[in-house]
Write a protein of this length. Structure first.
Length: 256
């Protein structure tokens, strides 16, 4: 634990020391230089928030519905389906991104855009949301279900009025973890959302996220201060993740 904590502190200290001097209001509120990769990160910040938010809106109800079926209605589990989901969770995200690119862009002629990137994030996050929802619903005591059924409630009423409210706290905390996980995704978004920023913002326009912007600065960026800019972008990304986790934890404690 101490070794892992020391490594995390070293990485965090390095990012803060290198990026904090460049973390100005101009950096947060201006557009980047498309050619050099310098200047600000405003569109990357917006793109990250929009794409992660839309992916959660898609995957949270789908994951919850599958988890409800798995835990409340299915009589026995099917190991092959569990193995498929486990493989999906373990698959490299770049492979999922290439599959989404092939289907969305190659077959249906979607543009490389925020919408295609959101679809990639949704595909990546969906099995994770199923696991989170199953864990939360499985933590509800069986006596809650038995008491509800004994009082004359149907299985559906028991799920909606008893089980899901009782599991609200871990579900909300899991949403925060899923959002943090997607905010750091880069490989799949490079091929689906693109690595440049359009001046005409829209879901059908290309756009990079904070994580992709860090990759671009470190590999393709030509700006003189690209190292400091990538570190400052890393500080913003870490701050965004920390805020999301803190808010989800606070809301979860309120539900508890």
């Amino acid at each position: 634990m101490l070794v892992a904590l020391a490594g995390f502190v070293l990485v965090l200290a390095s990012v803060l020391l290198n990026g904090w001097p460049d973390l100005t209001w101009h950096f947060l509120s201006s557009w980047p230089d498309a050619a050099a990769g310098g200047d600000g990160i405003l569109p990357e910040l917006i793109n990250t928030t929009v794409m992660v938010g839309l992916a959660l809106v898609i995957t949270a109800p789908l994951g919850l519905m599958v988890a409800v079926y798995q835990t409340e209605y299915r009589q026995r589990r099917r190991p092959p389906l569990e193995r498929v989901r486990g493989t999906w969770l373990a698959a490299p995200t770049i492979v999922i991104g290439l599959v989404v690119y092939r289907v969305a862009v190659g077959w249906f002629h979607w543009p490389i855009s925020l919408l295609t990137g959101t679809l990639a994030l949704a595909v990546i996050n969906w099995p994770f949301m199923v696991s989170i929802s199953e864990s939360a619903l499985g933590g509800v005591p069986a006596s809650y279900r038995q008491a509800s059924l004994a009082l004359g409630a149907s299985r559906f009423e028991t799920v909606v009025r008893v089980v899901i409210p009782a599991a609200a706290a871990p579900l909300i905390e899991g949403l925060g973890m899923a959002a943090a996980r997607m905010a750091g995704e880069s490989a799949a978004l490079i091929v689906t959302a693109g690595i440049n920023v359009s001046r005409h913002w829209g879901l059908l326009a290309p756009g990079e996220t904070l994580a992709v912007h860090i990759w671009y600065l470190r590999t393709e960026g030509l700006a003189a201060g690209r190292d400091a800019a990538s570190a400052a972008t890393g500080v913003v990304l870490l701050t965004l993740v920390t805020v999301v986790l803190w808010i989800s934890r606070r809301i979860a404690r309120w539900f508890e």
